[in-house]
Design a protein around this ligand. Sequence first.
Ligand code: ZN
Length: 218
Amino acid sequence: MKIIKFFNPESLGNSYAVVSNKNFVLIDCSQTPESVAAQIGGFNIDKTTVGGDKANKDCLVCKGILITHVHYDHICELDKWANLGASVYATKEIFESMRTDANLSNLFSKTCDIHVPIDQRVNLDGMKEISIANLNFQLLLLKGHSKSDICYIIGDHIFVGDLIFYGGAYGRYDMFGGDIKELQKSLDRLNTLPNNFIVHSGHDKDFELGQFKPYLVC
Ligand SMILES: [Zn+2]
């Protein structure tokens, strides 16, 4: 398994590809398909290399897109992937907020109306784990930075969206859907995880969880 990090200089958001054999899963979606193709190689953009069923065996296949939360800087290119037929994984709350002001696109001076067709949605509510191709993710459904924040764990790696950042900072709770009490509960849950977990945040650098655990108090 390999993890590739992408940075969008306009939204300042990170997104990630988790690659195994000829498959990959995207975590968050602030990169266009063209940008991902340019950065990971072996991925050709057409319907056969996103849906997967008819993929050329020599090409990488995007098996799905996991969303950490609904904020615009993490999903701003999702429409383009959905148009290619990609399956998208998120909670009902996230899917329903993509088309509303809850995605906070106004903060980026954008009007964002993202829509994922119903038959491409995989609802994660109530799920503790998900397998996509040969990639097995544990899920933590948390709240506080938004109404629905999801962490994805695979091996020693955890993708936390905007819940925590390098240096021990935590996500804002003062925007729509944020809640300081819920955020503290989420930080407490993250505090119970192994120190050696590598944290991949929605912004800034990766780090070892144990390094900043003492600061996870809001
Ligand atoms: Zn956010």
